[in-house]
Design a protein around this ligand. Structure first.
Ligand code: KIV
Ligand code: NA
Length: 266
């Protein structure tokens, strides 16, 4: 299958079609999602929470992101692989953003990066694009700014939509090929999507964006944590895995595993 590229996503926006992004952090899930036809695999810094178990996304390092990105790239034949610029790895200057993005592509084999930030980061985007890095701008609720934003709060309510639209346009003008909006009221996301030429991706932003994204452990019901309102659970993997592991445990304690079919008798 030929690789999903920036122009395919642009085409989707122009033709009123949709595409799906899903997080991935390891080779096997990446293979499954890629074979299922998911267009974009996001190596999110949510790996901080979903893989490593940190309390926020802030502590994850570039080196950790590179390991997960490499694994996902190894599992993907068709999907575009996008890696997050982690907290502290790009804010200081456009040059720092280029350094980190280049590492994620050169060492992690990402095809593009995603950066949290407002219009104040337009120069960072411009520098990365100039270096040959396709960039997704992440606006709305940006988890790396959790402490500055006062927690997990919906962004772009009321008059704030105008500022958010200006951010989206500035990032687009700087060369971002896509804008991702997190936890934004649906009418605001619709207004911003319509103002942009480039495609949009939403999470907790309603149905008007070109694409949607979810964290895979949330949508497959693997996590024990409470999931936000915008997560639809398509499976209950936590129960499936837990029951299977308990069955194995009981078999071992009872001496019923391994039975004859699982042993070498000579
Ligand atoms: O890190 C992540 O998983 C993300 C998505 C939820 C958009 O940034
Ligand atoms: Na992220």
């Amino acid at each position: 299958p030929s690789r999903i590229r920036v122009h395919h996503l642009q085409q989707a926006k122009e033709q009123g079609e949709k595409f799906a992004m899903l997080t991935a952090y390891d080779v096997m899930m990446a293979e499954i999602f890629d074979e299922a036809g998911i267009e974009i695999l996001l190596v999110g810094d949510s790996a901080a929470n979903t893989v490593i178990g940190y309390e926020s996304t802030l502590p994850i390092s570039i080196d950790e992101m590179i390991i997960f990105t490499k694994a996902v790239a190894n599992g993907s034949k068709r999907a575009m692989v996008v890696a997050d610029l982690p907290f502290g790895s790009y804010e200081q200057s456009p040059a720092q953003a280029v350094d980190t993005a280049v590492r994620l592509m050169k060492e992690g084999h990402a095809h593009a990066v995603k950066m949290e930030g407002t219009a104040a980061y337009a120069d960072h985007v411009r520098a990365m694009v100039l270096a040959g890095v396709p960039v997704i701008g992440h606006i709305g609720f940006t988890p790396q700014s959790e402490h500055a934003l006062g927690g997990y709060r919906i962004q772009g309510r009321g008059d704030a939509v105008e500022g958010m639209k200006a951010d989206a346009l500035a990032l687009q003008d700087a060369g971002a090929f896509c804008i991702l909006m997190e936890m934004v009221p649906s009418p605001a996301a619709k207004l911003i999507d319509e103002a942009l030429v480039v495609p949009t991706i939403g999470i907790g932003a309603g149905a008007s964006t070109t694409g949607q994204v979810l964290v895979w452990q949330d949508m497959l019901g693997l996590g024990g944590r409470r999931t936000p309102k915008f997560v639809k659970k398509y499976a209950d993997l936590r129960t499936t895995v837990s029951e299977a592991v308990s069955a194995y445990h009981q078999d071992v304690l009872a001496g019923t595993f391994p039975s004859a079919e699982y042993e070498f008798d000579k």
